[in-house]
Design a binder for this molecule. Structure first.
Ligand SMILES: C[S@@+](CC[C@H](N)C(=O)[O-])C[C@H]1O[C@@H](n2cnc3c(N)ncnc32)[C@H](O)[C@@H]1O
Length: 317
C-alpha cells in the first residue's frame, strides 16, 4: 500500500470511529456502559467507591470529626453554616446512645445483632471489645461501598462471626435470604435489629415495608433499636435540604411517625421513645427535664428520636 493507501486507511476509519463514539456519548446509556465498564478498568462500577458525590456515612464522619470523607462531603457540611454545631451534637449523641444500647443489650444476654445502615466501624466498637470475651454474631449491612470495604477489613473474629452485606436495606427479603446472613444469625433465637439513623433515607413505604419484613423475620424477645432525625428542627431541616440538593432523599419524621415503626413491639426504658440523649436503660431513673447544655454549650433541642423495644413473646436472649 502506497502513501495514498495509508491515507485512506487512516482518514476513513478514524472519523467513522469518532462518529460512533459521539453517537454513543449522546445516547448516554451505551457510552456509560463502554466508558464506565471499560476493559481498561477491571473494577465493575458497582464495586467502585463514588468520590464525586456526598454519601451519608461520609457526611456523618465529617460531622463527627472523622476522616472518612471527601471534598463533596466536606462541601455539603460547609453548606450547613451555623447549623453544623447542632448537627455535630446530634451525631455524637447518636453515637453515645448506640454505645449505651450496645452495652445494655450485651448485659441482657443478646449475642446476635443485625446492624442495618451500619456506617463506618467505630474506633472503639463495643462489639469488638466484647468479642474478646463473648461469642457474638453480627450482620452489618450498608449501601455504601466504602463502608462495606472498611467493615470487611476491620472486622475479623475468632470467637463469633461477622457478615458484611453491601445492599439496600429496603431489599429486606433478599438480605434476609442471603447465605452469609442465614449462616451468621440463628433466627429462631432473639436478634437485636439496629436501625440507627438510617430510615430517613427511605421513603415512607420503603421504611414501613422494611421494618415489617425484619420484624417478621426475628424471634420473640428480639430487640428493635431505632433512632431517627426529628422533623421541625431548623438544623435538621438544613441537613435535609443539603441532602436534597445533592439528590439524596432525606426525610425527618415526627414523633408519631417514628413511633409507628414500633407497632407490634413493646417500648422499654423509662422514657420510651424520646430525644436521643434522654434515653436511659430499662430500670434506670428518668432523666431530669430540659434545658440541657450539650457538648457545644447550647441546648440542641429535639433533633432526633431514639427508642428500644422488645418483640413480645416468651423467648428472651
Ligand atoms: C447517618 S449514617 C448512620 C450510621 C450508623 N447507623 C450510626 O448510627 O452511626 C446512615 C448510614 O446508612 C447507610 N444507608 C443509607 N441508606 C441506606 C440504604 N437504603 N440501605 C443501606 N444502607 C443505607 C449510609 O450509607 C450510612 O452508612
Amino acid at each position: 500500500m502506497g502513501f495514498q493507501g495509508t491515507g485512506y486507511a487512516i482518514c476513513i476509519p478514524v472519523p467513522l470511529l469518532w462518529c460512533i463514539l459521539w453517537r454513543m456519548k449522546t445516547e448516554g446509556a451505551w457510552y456509560n456502559r463502554v466508558v464506565e465498564r471499560s476493559w481498561l478498568d477491571p473494577i465493575e462500577p458497582a464495586h467502585r467507591i463514588d468520590c464525586r458525590h456526598p454519601w451519608p456515612a461520609r457526611v456523618d464522619s465529617r460531622l463527627s470529626g472523622g476522616v472518612n470523607c471527601y471534598e463533596p462531603d466536606r462541601e455539603l457540611v460547609a453548606e450547613l453554616g451555623d447549623n453544623d454545631a447542632l448537627l455535630r451534637c446530634m451525631v455524637r449523641d447518636n453515637t453515645s446512645w448506640n454505645e449505651q444500647v450496645a452495652k445494655w443489650s450485651l448485659s441482657e444476654g443478646y449475642r446476635q445483632f443485625m446492624d442495618l445502615g451500619s456506617g463506618y466501624p467505630a474506633n472503639d466498637d463495643v462489639y469488638e471489645r466484647a468479642e474478646g470475651r463473648l461469642s457474638i454474631f453480627v450482620v452489618y449491612a450498608d449501601i455504601d461501598r466504602s463502608v462495606w470495604a472498611h467493615l470487611r477489613t476491620s472486622r475479623d473474629t475468632h470467637l463469633g462471626k461477622y457478615a458484611h452485606v453491601h445492599d439496600d436495606i429496603a431489599e429486606a427479603d433478599s438480605i434476609l435470604a442471603l447465605p452469609e446472613v442465614q449462616e451468621t444469625l440463628d433466627f429462631t433465637k432473639p436478634v437485636v435489629l439496629i436501625l440507627s439513623s438510617v430510615l430517613q433515607f427511605l421513603s415512607d413505604d420503603e421504611a414501613r415495608a422494611a421494618v415489617a419484613a425484619y420484624t417478621a423475620a426475628v424471634a420473640p424477645g428480639s430487640a428493635l433499636v431505632l433512632s431517627h432525625p426529628a422533623d421541625g428542627h431548623p438544623a435538621v431541616q438544613a441537613l435535609a435540604e443539603a441532602y436534597h440538593d445533592s439528590g439524596i432523599p432525606f426525610q425527618p419524621r415526627s414523633h408519631d411517625e417514628v413511633a409507628a415503626f414500633f407497632d407490634g413491639w413493646e417500648l422499654c426504658g423509662p422514657s420510651g421513645l424520646c430525644s436521643t440523649p434522654e434515653w436511659r436503660v430499662p430500670g434506670a431513673a428518668k432523666p431530669k427535664s430540659r434545658p440541657r447544655r450539650g457538648r457545644y454549650g447550647v441546648d440542641p433541642g429535639m433533633t432526633a428520636y431514639a427508642g428500644v423495644a422488645i418483640k413480645p413473646g416468651s423467648m428472651r436472649a
